[in-house]
Design a protein around this ligand. Structure first.
Ligand SMILES: [Zn+2]
Length: 181
């Protein structure tokens, strides 16, 4: 019968040939100390590698904000232009009526390319492109003044709080590590 030794840590009887406790992994001899350290290092490394596979919540939040922004600006321009167009529809001032049609078309002509760029950036941010991290932060921060210009104060304040919180989360070390920094 094999000689058993009690673990100094948890009291589990271990076969004398074992270097680390089968129950709590505490080293039972000098060699076990080395194995334990290596095992601990391997486990740490495994946790780190695993964390790189899981998309951080801040990345999800940043992508959702970008897509929401892409929708918000054209929608608000649409609402405003319908409102302006209605109020000028029976207006004898033809200039005012013309402006109410031309201004939203002109604004959309600028907004659509911006939205396309933001969509491409959102895709790059989502799919872990290292180069997308900095422009991602820049895009998030730029949406704040854009929402202030195109929306009422209530929406703008809510948007600012949420966006700045997400931007801070997005700048944290775990997100940078996920992007390979
Ligand atoms: Zn033990």
């Amino acid at each position: 019968m094999a000689i058993e030794r009690l673990c100094p840590n948890c009291g589990e009887p271990n076969d004398d040939s074992r270097s680390i406790c089968k129950n709590c992994s505490v080293p039972l001899n000098v060699y076990g100390g080395q194995v334990g350290q290596e095992e601990q290092f391997d486990r740490k490394l495994a946790v780190q590698v695993q964390s790189l596979d899981v998309r951080p919540p801040a990345v999800w939040a940043a992508v959702v904000l970008m897509l929401l922004f892409v929708l918000l600006v054209p929608v608000s321009i649409g609402f405003n232009s319908i409102h302006n167009w209605q109020s000028t529809a029976n207006n004898p001032n033809y200039m005012a009526h013309a402006v109410s049609v031309i201004v939203p078309i002109f604004t959309l002509a600028i907004t659509v390319p911006v939205d396309v760029v933001v969509c491409i950036l959102a895709w790059a941010v989502f799919s872990q492109k290292t180069a997308a991290w900095k422009p991602g932060i820049f895009a998030l921060l730029v949406t704040v003044p854009a929402i202030w210009m195109s929306h009422g104060a209530v929406i703008a304040i809510i948007w600012s709080i949420v966006t700045i919180t997400v931007t801070v989360m997005f700048s944290l070390r775990n997100v940078k590590a996920w992007y390979g920094f």
